[in-house]
Design a protein around this ligand. Structure first.
Ligand code: SF4
Ligand code: SF4
Length: 476
């Protein structure tokens, strides 16, 4: 290092995501791939469960020594259990509008696509969608919108957030609204923060500037630095929890993997807290998008290894996989590190209430896991996971560095575990099928036994109140 301008403390995109540093890291990883001594040393460091630098993590990702690879998967599973136990947090995306002025060549919402139906939901339509989501049992949403200053101004986003938080239907409520909107100004981030959003999510798509500029030929998103520095502006605007991600398939996977970790290191260096979540979407077919047009799509095996190596590199950062992935792939990556998944998702505008009718072609990508939320919950229970609808931290002010401290000390378990059981009980009581209810209750009964007596006593009281219909929304 040193020959070029790499600086994780800099707030300039080309310095904290420095191309030359990524190239050197790629060389380092490729040269290290069969070096048993070096890999063993990296694994010794990794086994402390405190994370790894982007260089060491990249070396593990490229490792071709079977014995070390087995250890990588074993360690990822152990770290996953140590930090996240058997809990999986559930959420759903909510597409508000697919109007977009950008030209992203991998997304059907790009401005030149003239045959896709364009829709922007009214506040009444949002209400219908949210009621449909509440009736499924969801408590946590991720808002999705294209970038369009005329159709989707920040005022529309803020009004929609207010609408969503205001809807109380039967026992339903949306308790955490995460937001995925285009890179914007510090002032707009501040307004989102004041509106009470949970995590601000923005995928980098690709960290490779040259590829980025080719894949985003027009619109404000063409500006690589504006997009890459968005999380810095979000944090300057008061948003504590940010979620990063790369769309695997747009450039070589090793480049994206290193970019993600350098981004995380940069946020930690400048703000003292890394990203709250990392998403690992893979390119999917969609209206006028064929994955065969992209040379860098990755296999299931590489995908699994990316998840395992990210788990080891950033143990305390949640990892998200959506319904872009099949049930089989989701099952594999759950044990390797994924902590949040979407369930029962629709990726079209108005999809939950079928506002677009049978002819609707407004989906952003094809879904590979079409199961209902109840089927996903039942499947998780069957695999021994606790499906969690918990949203407690942000509502209790445990965000940013306060949250990360608890994570790093593994204290967060004492909140996540009982909260998962409380919210699962709410789900079972209000929305579950008979089969899910039976399996869920069995799991709650057996999980209660592992809690310390003080927490158990409080939890048993909360569960009884939920079951008798006396109360909802208890939390630790
Ligand atoms: Fe618009 Fe986002 Fe799709 Fe790009 S990826 S075309 S910004 S909706
Ligand atoms: Fe997430 Fe906090 Fe709930 Fe744990 S307690 S699941 S970290 S919101």
């Amino acid at each position: 290092m040193g020959k070029y301008n790499y600086n994780p403390f800099s707030t300039e995109a080309d310095k904290f995501i420095c191309h030359e540093e990524i190239e050197e890291t790629i060389n380092f990883a490729l040269n290290a791939r069969s070096n048993y001594t070096l890999m063993s040393a990296i694994m010794r460091r990794a086994s402390a469960g405190k994370g790894l630098s982007h260089r060491n993590a990249a070396a593990l990702l490229m490792c071709d020594i079977p014995e070390i690879n087995e250890k990588i998967y074993r360690l990822a599973k152990r770290i996953k259990l140590d930090y996240y136990g058997n809990r999986i947090v559930l959420f759903a995306p909510l597409y508000l509008s697919n109007y977009c002025v950008n030209g992203c060549v991998y997304c059907p919402y790009h401005v030149k696509n003239k045959h896709i139906s364009r829709k922007k939901m009214t506040q009444d339509e949002i209400r219908q969608e949210v009621i449909a989501l509440q009736d499924m049992g969801h408590k946590r949403l991720a808002l999705e919108l294209g970038e369009d200053p005329i159709n989707n101004p920040i005022e529309y986003v803020l009004e929609s957030i207010r609408t969503i938080y205001g809807i109380k239907h039967k026992n339903g409520s949306i308790r955490r609204v995460n937001v995925n909107i285009a890179a914007t100004t510090v002032d707009n981030y501040r307004r989102l923060h004041e509106a009470g959003i949970g995590t601000y999510i923005l995928f980098q798509e690709t960290y490779n500037r040259e590829r980025y500029e080719k894949l985003h030929p027009s619109g404000p998103k063409h500006d690589y630095a504006w997009h890459t520095e968005a999380m810095d502006r979000a944090m300057s605007g008061g948003i504590d929890d940010v979620g990063i991600g790369a769309l695997f398939g747009l450039s070589t996977y090793l480049y994206e993997f290193i970019g993600l970790l350098m981004h995380a290191e940069h946020l930690e260096a400048v703000f003292g807290v890394g990203p709250h979540t990392i998403s690992v979407p893979r390119l999917r077919p969609a209206d006028d998008i064929q994955t065969t047009d992209f040379q860098d799509c990755i296999s299931d095996d590489i995908f699994a290894k990316i998840v395992a190596c990210l788990r080891i590199a950033v143990p305390y950062t949640g990892m998200i996989v959506s319904t872009r992935e099949s049930p089989q792939t989701r099952e594999k990556v759950l044990e390797l590190g994924v902590s949040q998944i979407s369930g029962g998702s629709k990726t079209s505008v108005g999809g939950y209430h079928n506002l677009g009718g049978e002819e609707d072609n407004s989906a952003q990508f094809e879904i590979a896991d079409n199961r209902s939320l109840d089927e996903v919950v039942c499947w998780l229970l069957d695999k021994g996971y606790i499906p969690s609808f918990c949203t407690a931290c942000y509502r209790a002010g445990r965000t940013g560095d306060k949250f990360m401290e608890l994570c790093k000390d593994k204290q967060i378990h004492n909140f996540c575990h009982p909260n998962a059981l409380i919210t699962l009980e709410e789900y079972l009581q209000d929305y579950a099928s008979e089969q899910t209810l039976t399996v869920g209750r069995q799991l709650i009964d057996s999980e209660i036994r592992s809690l310390n007596p003080k927490i158990r006593k409080r939890l048993v009281k909360y569960l009884a109140e939920i079951r008798s219909g006396k109360g909802r929304d208890f939390r630790f």
